[in-house]
Design a protein around this ligand. Structure first.
Ligand code: BV8
Length: 257
């Protein structure tokens, strides 16, 4: 049970005094909600190869296959709810003057748990846009356009609003996530294998800018040796436990980094 993971007095003291906290999350954050990770034993990359699915050329070559994969994930995500880890981060936000979450996840679970300042580095599975004219389509509209949806205005292929391999991250989200990493007193890297760049460079950036960096993961990662503290275990168990270890007055106005 991760609830009895040893959290250092150093981290508790730092949390009690930290004005600025940054968080970086990956698929492991949503694992306890039932969303499969990418690279774990049950990972979705085990069944599908990223190069076949999560890149633009694969989409243009076989849009039906890529839509089948995203619709499968949408169904998965549609039936789940945020877990205790998501709610703990949402509660943590009101304790620190500057608090933000840079997430690689596209499942909307941080939003649904009530977190306010979220930078979606890899997009959101609930948004879709036309590759031709850029028009955005809501889920309800998409449902009327068949298995390989095309835009009404230009007949271009509609795609999920997610960042594929070889694609740039949304500039505004990325810049805000970098600012937060550079300014944090404490920076958490939670539930990520830290192998996909440039997102995985955020905890390294935070560390080099002087943050106290904490990794929460069920296993060691490429980043573990750089962390100031590694809390081994499930984020859905460790985060509520961490939240109960310290108190700070609630900050009324949520600011962004
Ligand atoms: C870019 C799409 C720049 C959305 C994803 C060669 C050619 C081209 C590019 C590259 C190249 N070499 C390197 C690159 C860069 C490439 C990259 O990093 N590749 C890696 C694989 C080597 N990156 C890119 O292409 C990025 N863009 O670089 O553009 C550029 C420059 C010039 C011109 C054009 C472009 C774009 C990267 C985004 C790719 N999109 N997904 C979707 O469908 O979801 S990546 C995919 O992996 C997800 O988005 C996810 O965010 C990401 C990382 O995975 P994790 O979230 O970490 O999940 P994972 O399963 O790996 O790990 C889960 C972890 O949780 C594990 O550690 C596990 O132990 C832990 N865990 C499990 N359960 C729990 C837990 N922890 C705690 N509690 C639990 N309960």
């Amino acid at each position: 049970m991760s609830g009895n993971v040893l959290i250092s007095p150093e981290l508790i003291s730092r949390l009690e005094h930290a004005e600025r906290v940054g968080v970086f999350t990956g698929a492991g954050m949503s694992a306890e909600s039932g969303v499969p990770t990418f690279r774990g034993e049950e990972g979705i990359w085990k069944k599908f190869k990223p190069e076949e699915l999560a890149n633009f050329d694969a989409f243009m070559r076989n849009p039906g296959l890529v839509w089948e994969w995203y619709n499968h994930r949408k169904q998965l995500i549609g039936g789940i709810t945020p877990n205790a880890g998501h709610y703990a981060l949402a509660a943590m936000e009101s304790r620190h003057r500057l608090f933000s979450i840079a997430t690689q996840n596209i499942d909307n679970l941080h939003q649904r748990a009530g977190s306010k300042t979220i930078h979606e580095l890899h997009g959101n599975i609930g948004r879709n846009y036309c590759t031709g004219c850029g028009t955005y389509y809501a889920e309800e509209q998409l449902a009327l356009l068949g298995d390989v949806p095309k835009s009404n205005s230009c007949r271009g292929l509609i795609r999920p609003d997610v960042v594929w391999f070889g694609e740039m991250l949304p500039a505004g989200e990325w810049d805000a996530a970098v600012r937060a990493a550079e300014r944090s007193d404490i920076y958490f890297s939670i539930g990520t294998s830290a192998v996909v760049y440039p997102a995985a460079s955020l905890p390294i950036l935070a560390k080099s800018a002087g943050a106290y960096v904490v990794e929460i993961n069920i296993e060691r990662t490429d980043f573990s040796r750089h962390a100031d503290e590694v809390l081994p275990g499930k984020s859905g168990e460790i985060l509520p436990h961490l939240l109960a270890q310290y108190a700070r007055p609630t900050i009324s106005s949520v600011e962004t980094h």
